[in-house]
Design a protein around this ligand. Structure first.
Ligand code: ADP
Ligand code: ZN
Ligand code: ZN
Length: 745
């Protein structure tokens, strides 16, 4: 409870602009009783009509002379709207992660925007299954990929939502018209359409759970029944039935009149996954993703508020869908870095979900094959309850993984990106008409371009990074988008010998064509997935056998199941180990385990190959063994030794400025301020230093790291720095915070 004489209040949150709080005086009778997030009554406008509003800040700083201030009238205690929880959540995020209240409110509240009613369209199969299969084969033979994709889906479902077909399957209206013309499908229209993806597929009952799955569900639901609201961590290899457990838990929650939020990383939010939810819960499910407009997003929130849906699925922002009766939050693939926001407030969905669950008296279920160090650490300490699922329910076991030492390859005279073993295996899969996936933890054609004579490296003129070489003689900056042609001669010494280094996905694709004439390759990376739904389109094409090999960055390690993939190769497994970041070992392990898990998902047995220059590194050895527990034990030792999260906590303070000297000066002052506090508690301050990328878009960047055992100590330092920065009324410079950072600065 915060003492203070004034309350900043936002009136009618859903209709006014949220960035305009109004200040009111707190009358004697209410002083000390108001809290951020409370719903209050206050006189508003010229007529002083009583309106409801939300307290967003309590302060002693008056915005107007006292006699001009209106007074808060009363605290609303009955029928408090769900928005009050959102305001509380925003206040918590501001406090925990550092940001302004306005930025926090904008994160948690959906923006109201006019939305025109949409037509609802669906695609219905008009012919028999047999005829559909015939048409499907025909289209495949003629190379009509788009039509084949629709027909392929229609073999499984008689009716498909238009949005899914046009969007996720990326089928053009012309292709659909053509199928309609052939009398194979009908495109039907209904007038109003609120749910972005609705499926008329018949509902399916749940499967009967395996004893292990049942133990998890019973455990969680009986706790819930007893009024216990815990956090659970389900560690289960891919295919061990975690999703089935979520579905069953959601069913249990709906029976109890509760609603659920299911977070799935955007990249894993595929058609197949959504379908499973729709088949189980039909109309009661909806989805939020980045392709929804603000209007559609708002609509989803309204539907949730009105109780029209029980389940929302989406990436981290789905947390903010305002359910009145939230019972459970599920976070699948809990270890994914995408659960951390990259802009202020830099919140982590896992922690935010826990706070929200407390607010709403809900439980939290985390799932992963390779839990984050944070989650497993807490599970070991008994803060989370751990369940383990280690059997694949569809039969089949994990693919064996072998390691190839690239240093030995070089010694044997093999300079290619592909080890001899990998070449042999690709050859073999081509012969057997099976598929392979090649994974490279890096995008673009090559790394930097440098001069072979003098060593000069081509750099972005606006950022402190080297330019990446792309095909066609282009060089591009991945930070600001700056593009330029590769020069003929070295700008420094005039030598014509310029060379691109390090293999990228594009180069691998080229090498494949060269080495295996006639091979069909699909590539997936930042470049090929720029347009909406291109990601799903590539995956679908690959699933339908339109290529022999899929080459890609980490995007390819999740998503569809590909039953025909029997080989997975990680081309340079240690690339991600070279980041100077305390999480790089964890990230490498997770990526490699996930990548290897893609092999042998069907009936045919698969295998995985990890190529590396560091075959003895524990992240690589443990990933090849698929031994999570052993990896965790080694990694946690390292974290404890360095007091890195989760053993301790860390805060990065980023200072940015268009003036190098000004930024440096400010960083020095903030560093000194934090150091002065140092005596007050047991924490350390490191820096300031130039950020590892010292300039982006002509803005200079400096960073200070603070480490402490208790999180609270870090928020205290943050508060002090925030106050200091406010007192300076900074215009050009900015100060930002990142707690337990995932990125390096
Ligand atoms: P995960 O989410 O852990 O990867 P899924 O829930 O997707 O696992 O299950 C993997 C496969 O096993 C799916 O094809 C699913 O339909 C199947 N499956 C899951 N639970 C059962 C069960 N109890 N009985 C039979 N098959 C199951
Ligand atoms: Zn040179
Ligand atoms: Zn740049």
């Amino acid at each position: 409870m915060k003492q203070g004489r004034y309350a900043n209040i936002i009136i009618d949150i859903s209709h006014e602009k949220v960035d305009r709080p109004f200040q009111y005086k707190i009358p004697e009778a209410l002083r000390g009783r108001l809290e951020v997030g409370m719903c209050v009554q206050a006189p508003f406008g010229a007529g002083n009509h009583l309106r409801q509003g939300y307290v967003v800040e309590i302060t002693d700083r008056a915005q107007f002379p006292d006699e001009k201030q209106k007074q808060v009238r009363a605290i609303v205690t009955e029928n408090v709207p769900v928005e009050a929880d959102a305001v509380r959540l925003a206040a918590w995020m501001k406090e925990t992660y550092g940001s302004t209240m306005i930025a926090a409110l904008k994160t948690v509240l959906p923006i109201k925007q006019a939305m025109k009613p949409r037509e609802k369209k669906k695609i219905t199969r008009l012919v028999s299954l047999e005829e559909t299969r015939f048409a499907y084969e025909e289209c495949k033979r003629k190379g009509q990929g788009a039509k084949a994709r629709v027909l392929g889906e229609l073999l499984k479902e008689p009716v498909l939502p238009y949005e899914l077909v046009a969007g996720k399957l990326n089928v053009s209206p012309a292709s659909l018209k053509s199928l309609e013309g052939q009398g194979i499908i009908a495109i039907e229209r209904e007038s109003f359409y609120r749910n972005p993806v609705k499926l008329d597929a018949p509902l399916e009952a749940g499967r009967s759970l395996s004893p292990e799955q049942k133990a998890v569900c019973d455990g969680i639901l009986s706790d819930f029944h007893k009024g216990e609201r815990k956090t659970y961590l389900i560690r289960g290899i891919t295919g061990s039935g975690k999703t089935e457990v979520y579905l069953s838990l959601i069913g249990g929650m709906i029976e109890r009149g509760k609603q659920c939020i299911v977070l799935i990383p955007e990249i894993a939010l595929t058609y197949q996954t959504l379908l499973r939810f729709y088949k189980r819960f039909g109309d009661r499910v909806s989805v939020i993703n980045s392709s929804l407009s603000a209007g559609e997003r708002f609509d989803q929130c309204e539907r949730a508020k009105r109780g029209e849906i029980d389940v929302i699925i989406g990436p981290r922002s789905a947390l903010f869908v305002p359910f009145p009766n939230l019972g459970m939050i599920v976070i699948d693939e809990e270890h994914e870095p995408s659960y951390k926001s990259e802009s202020m407030p830099r919140y982590h969905a896992r922690e935010t979900a826990r706070y929200l669950a407390d607010l709403k008296n809900a439980c939290l279920v985390l799932g992963s094959a390779t839990p984050s160090m944070e989650a497993y650490y807490r599970a070991k300490k008994g803060i989370y309850q751990l369940f383990t699922l280690d059997r694949r329910l569809t039969g089949g076991s994990l693919a064996p993984v072998s390691i190839v030492d690239l240093r030995a390859e070089l010694k044997a005279g093999n300079r290619s990106i592909f080890s001899r073993k990998l070449q042999g295996l690709i050859e073999d899969r081509l012969n057997k008409k099976e598929q392979a996936m090649l994974f490279l933890n890096r995008r673009g054609y090559a790394g930097f371009v440098s001069c072979r004579s003098c060593g000069y490296v081509m750099k972005c003129p606006h950022c402190d990074v080297s330019l990446s070489q792309h095909l066609g003689g282009r060089m591009a900056c991945h930070y600001c988008g700056h593009e330029t042609r590769q020069p003929e001669k070295c700008p420094s010494c005039g030598s014509p010998y310029l060379l691109g280094f390090k293999a990228g996905t594009q180069q691998i694709e080229q090498q494949l064509y060269k080495r295996f004439p006639g091979i069909r390759v699909l590539r997936m990376d930042g470049d090929t997935t720029r347009t909406k739904d291109s990601y799903e389109k590539i995956l679908t094409a690959f699933a339908q056998g339109e290529a022999d090999v899929l080459v890609g960055t980490q995007m390819i390690v999740k998503g569809h199941d590909f039953p025909n993939v029997t080989l997975v190769g990680a081309l340079a497994a240690d690339l991600s180990l070279n980041d100077s970041n305390y999480r790089s070992g964890e990230r490498t392990f997770q990526l490699l385990v996930q990548a290897s898990g893609r092999a042998g998902r069907g009936r045919k047995p698969g295998e995985a190959l990890i190529q590396t220059y560091r075959p003895d590194h524990y992240s690589i050895v443990r990933a090849a063994e698929q031994n999570y527990e052993a990896f965790y034990e080694e990694e946690i030792l390292y974290r404890e030794l360095g007091a890195y999260p989760p053993a301790g906590h860390m805060m990065a303070v980023m200072i940015a400025s268009p003036e190098e000297k000004g930024g440096e000066g400010l960083a020095e002052k903030i560093g000194a301020l934090a150091r002065n506090l140092e005596g007050a508690g047991s924490f350390t301050v490191i820096g300031p230093a130039r950020a590892s990328i010292g300039k982006i878009n002509d803005i200079y960047r400096f960073v200070i790291y603070c480490k402490a055992f208790h999180y609270r100590q870090l928020t205290m330092i943050k508060d002090t720095i925030e106050q200091y920065a406010q007192s300076l009324s900074l215009k050009e410079e900015s100060v930002q915070f990142d707690f337990d950072p995932i990125d390096s600065y």
